[in-house]
Design a protein around this ligand. Structure first.
Ligand code: GUN
Ligand code: ZN
Length: 491
């Protein structure tokens, strides 16, 4: 019901959207570079050159420092940062999670954010860390929801208001919180307290948090993944329905000599080559970058380039309808990301409901692809296929065989489908010539189910030479199995 957000294109649960703020429209998914009001390595206005459309800063840091507070109250946040585009401000909750307390109330910080002319304000939520006892997660969530409701009462127009979803690592609390906040009608829904999860590479748990929260939210509402700034996880998070990200990482990593890529992070000291063509990297060797007196600044610039580059690729993938292929590629960069991918595909039934029914050619990228929503969708719809009489199932299409009334194509990871569908999405998939165990298993399961759903039809299955799987035993019990060794039959 958020009228400030318009969805333009979709792929999996990801989308390209337009978020309208008092200082203009932002195209999502996008990253908000975090601006430290005290130290600016890259000037806010220069951020546009990297692709930034919206910035985020911390209102509590401004509030706490007389000089900044006075100027912000007098001239506004846009003048303070010298940026005339949209600005989101956080509330001090992060300081609350690190130091245990802050010297400001929810009411005060909401009032302050309104007075300085923030585009998107955030109440003082409690970022409950992962793995705390359930009683603590519940009681902190109650306080968070009270404060959010109070903020919703205080902010009537002008500033957009974010309602952070909390609930620690309890999926039911996340979902319940999301549902409650949806009833209060926020403009943006950040998913909170995920920083500790990302720092320890708990991507499977992160996937649980995202999906459980999304399940409680209106699917048309914009979602912000709080504190997520590493480009290697953008594709995964966007595919699960996150629209906004913020990156302090570009600067924090740079300070530590860390060079970001869409596959992971390198220590600049260990680099012999620079695998990037941004203005920082094309003009120097790895050694020159490492020894530069402004190394931190240069690394921050490079990090910001690759951050926005990856987000543009994610957006292009949504347009092309191959976001899940990008996700599968990126999630091979680290085994823990692969855990995240596998966890995401455990929610294929949910993803399937968001996923457009037709898009660009499905590319098989490895065993995980057998669990893609498109494959599940076919499994779920097997009962729509009615087959009567005789049917031949074979791997390669041939001219219609008059001997049989039906011709079905066996194509892992899907299973068996009528020959007429061969050129139709997703059956026109590009798949490996030799299917792996998972892909073959899924296809055999679906074929067995299809046969069981059509008990009166008489099936003959031509088994391609060399294909092995335990489920062939079960299949052999319900079809007339023809073993093919002759090459000419396979073409
Ligand atoms: N920054 C990172 N995580 C959080 C969070 O959970 N809440 C707020 N307000 N800011 C954050
Ligand atoms: Zn670079």
């Amino acid at each position: 019901m958020s009228s400030n957000f318009e969805i333009i294109e979709k792929d999996a649960a990801g989308r390209i959207g337009r978020l309208t703020t008092p200082h203009g429209v932002v195209e999502t998914p996008t990253i908000m570079p975090v601006i430290n009001p005290n130290i600016q390595i890259i000037k806010p206005n220069e951020m546009r050159d990297y692709g930034a459309e919206i910035l985020i800063t911390n209102s509590y840091i401004i509030y706490r420092k007389d000089e900044l507070r006075e100027k912000a109250l007098k001239d506004g946040i846009h003048s303070l940062l010298d940026f005339d585009g949209p600005i989101m401000t956080d509330s001090g909750s992060f300081q609350l999670s690190v130091y245990g307390e802050v010297e400001v109330t929810n009411e005060q910080i909401i009032d302050f954010q309104q007075k300085i002319g923030t585009d998107i304000g955030v109440p003082l939520d409690i970022p409950t860390p992962p793995d705390v006892p359930r009683s603590r997660a519940e009681s902190e969530l109650e306080t968070t929801i009270e404060r959010l409701a109070q903020a919703r009462e205080l902010v009537k127009d002008g500033m957009l208001l974010a309602g952070p979803v909390q609930g620690s690592t309890y999926p039911d609390l996340r979902e319940r919180c999301a549902r409650k906040l949806t009833g209060l009608n926020f403009d943006i829904y950040p998913l909170g307290a995920v920083v500790p999860m990302m720092e320890s590479y708990r991507y499977a748990d992160l996937v649980d948090v995202i999906v459980s929260s999304k399940k409680g939210l209106d699917p048309t509402a914009p979602v912000h993944l709080f504190g997520a700034g590493h480009p290697m996880m953008f594709a995964l998070a966007v595919a699960l329905g996150c629209d906004l990200f913020d990156s302090a990482a570009y600067a924090l990593y740079a300070k530590d000599g860390r060079y970001m890529t869409s596959h992971g992070t390198h220590h600049i000291e260990d680099m012999h080559y620079l695998p990037c063509s941004c203005p920082v990297c094309v003009n120097r060797t790895a050694g020159e970058l490492n020894n530069a007196e402004n190394r931190g600044e240069l690394l921050a610039r490079h990090n910001l380039y690759v951050t926005f580059e990856e987000m543009r690729l994610v957006k292009q993938s949504i347009k092309e309808g191959n976001l899940l292929e990008l996700v599968e590629h990126r999630c091979r960069a680290h085994p823990r990301l692969l855990d995240g991918l596998r966890q995401a595909y455990k929610y294929s039934d949910w993803l399937e409901q968001c996923d457009p029914a037709s898009k660009s050619t499905f590319f098989y990228c490895g065993p995980e692809s057998a669990d893609r929503p498109e494959v599940l969708r076919f499994s779920n719809r097997l009962d729509r296929l009615t087959i009567t009489g005789t049917a031949l199932i074979r791997t390669n299409p041939v001219k219609r065989d008059r001997e049989y009334e039906n011709l079905l194509i066996f194509k892992p990871p899907f299973g068996s489908f009528p020959d007429e569908l061969s050129e139709v999405y997703p059956f026109n998939a590009e798949v490996v010539a030799v299917p792996d165990y998972e892909s073959l298993g899924r296809a055999l399961e679906n074929t067995i189910r299809l046969i069981e759903l059509n008990p009166d039809a008489k099936f003959t299955f031509i088994r391609k030479d060399g294909l092995e799987h335990p489920l062939f035993g079960k299949l052999a019990g319900i079809v007339n199995m023809v073993e093919k060794v002759n090459d000419s039959e396979q073409k």
